[in-house]
Structure formats: structure tokens, C-alpha cells
Design a protein around this ligand. Structure first.
Ligand code: UTP
Length: 464
């Protein structure tokens, strides 16, 4: 009980004593759970949370300039990456053959906008079979293994809210043909929320509200959960970072990895051309001369519309696909580097001071997240590669619109249907490409050369 008294005193002196409001009425188990949760809150960091809220209200002025990008060599379908990238693809292939590459899949988000009841990775995404996002990534990795003789290990970041559902899903599906020992799950950290008065939000009388600490939480989670050590023990030097909701992204892109290595980059990223000045995408650019991603909200209207010839001046939209050197992440983590916290004003269900449950109709509290792209300004050297949008960026985020499941299916089938049409002159009514068979239009066009048996009057399933 003495420990609880100390905890209570600490929270009271930090102006957060209200979290004990119902302590006296709680049973022993509920008290222990709440105390465990509170003990994990670093009160010395409340100031950092308040600073993030202030920064949200008054973003600082930016001195921006475009940053160098390796642009597409051919913008016509089926597209070609920069010559410089294609030239060094053998370097990426060698890194894969030598077992120097692992895939890092972040899947710890809450997927609120999609509204799917379960981890987002369990969402059935492909148009004919309903293959799930997780299986798509697993099959892509198996293909890399077949082609290079080594299957990169897969590190999956989960949140405490979806950890057991995710692990069970992979176990129930026999790891989709991957070696169980090569699939590592690790849980990211949590962050509390603050109300308008700067008080910690209670989810119920016996629990603090908390949510995952953002995809940038991966830095600390990789370190504290021993994943960086595991990578070093396996000889992994470079990570291919992927987000679970973008099924079109290659899991180990030789040209991208090759250029990352050849350029001596510590962090690399892929960008697509912004569709129009209003598209809500973070832009890769120089901020006070330092490369990084600047959020669309921080651009003035004039900057968003600024032109350089026929193009937007700030066109390089980040698709959150990266390559990271394990040494770089280890250095950051061992130096205790924390990525900055970003506040977001959100609707957070909670109990009010009278103990009533409230489902707010409008944003009522600040949630806090760290963003993976905040590693970019910390890197000694950064490489950025432009990729074709429909080839590598079709995320499933929302219930409606282009980034919805239906929007995905349409864009996916347009893209691969166009590949079949380019090769054969005919487009099937529907199409799915097994990730074991091909992952882009150029590969489908190659496969179509031996496609005498394809019946293009029916939905076409290209099997691996
Ligand atoms: P989003 O930013 O789209 O968030 O995540 P989300 O949680 O999936 O969806 P919403 O915003 O609640 O609708 C992009 C990627 O980053 C991962 C997600 O799982 C997704 O792969 N992510 C996000 C994490 O791993 N942890 C987080 O705390 C946040």
C-alpha cells in the first residue's frame, strides 16, 4: 500500500490527482491494474505533451525548398524507375542473397477510419479470393525467398489492443508458409491523452485512457523488445519498412535497396507525384536545409500551389515506405533519441469528473503519436526515389473514396487489367495477381507472353 501512497503523491504533485478519484471504491484487482498502468506513465514527460499541444496551435514558420529525388525514367505505362536505381538493382539482389535484409511491417494502428472489426492486416483485400493484407505480404516475402534463395525475416509491430488477435491469426494460418521462427511480433508503446485542461483522460473509473504511440513508436519498441539485437544476431543490416495497409508495395525492392546502399544512405524513402495541390500527403523537402517530411497542413496555400514549369514545385508525396540501416536505428535507440510527439485533437470516449461515461460528439482531447518520418532529419544521408503511384501506393484507409476497399479493388484491377491489355490487346472483366506470381505490370506483361491458356472473357486469376 505504501507504493500506492507514493504513486498517489506523485500524481497529486503533478496536478493529476484526479486519476485516483474512484480509488476508494475499487476492488483489489482493479486497484492493482490501475496502479500498474499509472506506474508506466512518465510524469516528467507531461511537459513534452503540453509542448506538443502548444505546437499544434501555433506551427512554426518554415523555410522550405525542394529536396533531390531520383525521378522516374519513364512516366508512360508500365513505367520505369530512375536509371540510377535500375543500374544498382544487383547490389540490392546481393544484399537479399546475403541475408542482409529484413522486412519491418508496422501493424499496430487502430484502423479507426476503416472501421474493420479486427487487426487491419486481417482485412480481405484482393478482389477475387479475398486474400488478406497479411497473406499478401507473406506471399510477397516467399517470392523473394524463391528468387534469392533467402527469405528475409519479418518483424511485425503490433499494438497491445491487437497483439493476441494478430498472433493467433498468423498461427491459425500456419504463418502463410513462412518459417514461424522468421516471423517476430513485438508490441509498441502506449501514450495517454490529455483533456483541454491538460488533465490525463480516464477511460473508466479504474483505467487511464491510452492508445498506441504512433508508427514512430517503432524506434523504441524495436530496441526495448530486443528486435534490433535479434537483427544484428541474424546479420541483418538493412530494413525494408512497410505499412500494413498498402498491399501494392514491394516487400524487398532490389532497385530501391540497391540505391539505398550505393548512395550510403541511412534512411531512404519512396515518393509519388502529388495528384493536385490539395492532396493530403506529407511532402519530402528541405526544411531549413534539412531533408524531411513536412505535413500538408504546414504548407501555405501559396506554397501548395507553387509551380516549377508544368509541375508543382512541392510534388514529392511520401508513401511511408522506407529503407533503414539497422546501425542507424541502433545508434538512435542507444542514444535514447525519442522522436518528437505530435498532438492530434480527437474524440476520446472517457468518464467525466462525476464518473459518467461520455461518448463525445466533437473532439475533446489530445492524443499523442510519434511519426516514423521524423527519423529522416536525424540521418547522415538520405535517398529518395520516385515510384509510380498505382504500382506501389494503393492504401486501404477509409470506408469510402479512393482509399477504401472498393477504391483499392478498382485501381488494382485497372492497373493489372491494363497490363494484360498491353500484352494481349484484351482486358479481362476482373483480375487478381497472386503475389507469388508477379507484383507489377511489367512482370504481368512478361507472364502474358506464355499466356496462351488465359481465357480473357472470364475473371482472370494469375497464379504463382
Ligand atoms: P495510419 O496512420 O493510417 O493509422 O497508419 P491507422 O491506425 O492504421 O488507421 P486510423 O488512422 O486509426 O484510421 C499507417 C500505418 O502505421 C501503422 C498502421 O498499422 C498502418 O500500418 N501504425 C499506426 C502503427 O503501427 N502504430 C500506430 O500507433 C499507428
Amino acid at each position: 500500500m505504501a507504493d500506492h501512497d507514493q504513486l498517489r503523491a506523485d500524481f497529486e504533485s503533478a496536478g493529476q490527482g484526479h486519476v485516483f478519484a474512484w480509488w476508494d471504491e475499487l476492488g483489489e484487482r482493479a486497484r492493482r491494474r490501475l496502479a500498474r498502468q499509472l506506474a508506466a506513465v512518465d510524469l516528467s514527460r507531461l511537459r513534452e505533451l503540453h509542448a506538443a499541444v502548444t505546437a499544434l496551435a501555433a506551427p512554426h514558420a518554415r523555410s522550405l525548398a525542394p529536396a533531390p529525388v531520383f525521378e522516374l525514367a519513364d512516366r508512360g505505362f508500365p513505367y520505369a524507375l530512375a536509371d540510377a536505381a535500375r543500374a544498382v538493382a544487383p547490389i540490392g539482389d546481393k544484399a537479399l542473397r546475403d541475408g542482409h535484409v529484413a522486412a519491418l511491417l508496422v501493424a499496430g494502428g487502430q484502423g479507426t477510419r476503416l472501421g474493420f472489426d479486427g487487426p487491419k492486416g486481417c482485412f480481405p483485400v484482393l478482389p477475387l479470393t479475398g486474400m488478406t493484407l497479411f497473406e499478401v505480404f507473406a506471399r510477397k516475402l516467399r517470392r523473394v525467398g524463391l528468387e534469392h534463395g533467402v527469405t528475409p525475416p519479418l518483424y511485425i509491430m503490433v499494438g497491445t489492443h491487437n497483439e493476441s488477435a494478430t498472433v493467433n491469426f498468423w498461427q491459425d494460418n500456419n504463418f502463410f508458409g513462412l518459417e514461424p521462427d522468421d516471423v517476430k511480433f513485438f508490441a509498441q508503446g502506449e501514450m495517454p491523452a490529455l483533456d483541454a485542461e491538460g488533465k490525463l483522460v480516464m477511460a473508466s473509473r479504474d483505467a487511464l485512457f491510452s492508445g498506441p504511440d504512433g508508427h514512430g513508436g517503432v524506434l523504441q519498441a524495436l530496441h526495448v523488445k530486443g528486435m534490433l539485437a535479434d537483427m544484428r544476431a541474424r546479420g541483418v543490416r538493412c530494413l525494408s519498412y512497410l505499412q500494413v495497409d498498402n498491399a501494392q508495395t514491394p516487400v524487398a525492392d532490389s532497385a530501391f535497396l540497391g540505391l539505398h546502399i550505393a548512395q550510403g544512405a541511412e534512411v531512404s524513402l519512396k515518393v509519388v507525384r502529388k495528384q493536385d495541390p490539395t492532396e493530403k500527403v506529407g511532402i519530402y523537402c528541405l526544411d531549413d536545409g534539412v531533408p524531411g517530411i513536412v505535413e500538408y497542413t504546414e504548407f501555405s496555400e501559396a506554397q501548395s500551389n507553387e509551380r516549377a514549369g508544368n509541375d508543382l514545385r512541392y510534388w514529392a508525396g511520401s508513401i511511408a515506405v522506407h529503407a533503414f540501416n539497422v546501425d542507424f536505428l541502433t545508434r538512435l535507440a542507444q542514444n535514447g533519441t525519442d522522436l518528437p510527439l505530435h498532438a492530434a485533437h480527437k474524440k476520446v470516449p472517457h468518464v467525466d469528473r462525476d464518473g459518467n461515461t461520455v461518448e463525445p460528439a466533437a473532439p475533446n482531447a489530445y492524443k499523442f503519436e510519434r511519426f516514423i518520418f521524423d527519423t529522416i532529419p536525424l540521418a547522415g544521408n538520405v535517398m529518395c526515389l520516385e515510384v509510380p503511384r498505382e504500382e506501389q501506393f494503393l492504401p486501404v484507409k477509409n470506408t469510402d473514396g479512393p482509399h477504401s476497399p472498393e477504391g483499392f479493388k478498382q485501381a488494382y484491377q485497372d492497373y493489372f487489367g491494363k497490363a494484360v491489355e498491353t500484352a494481349t490487346g484484351k482486358r479481362p472483366p476482373a483480375i487478381e495477381v497472386d503475389p507469388l506470381a508477379a507484383e507489377n505490370a511489367r512482370e504481368v506483361i512478361e507472364l502474358a507472353k506464355d499466356a496462351a491458356g488465359w481465357d480473357l472473357t472470364k475473371p482472370l486469376h494469375i497464379l504463382g
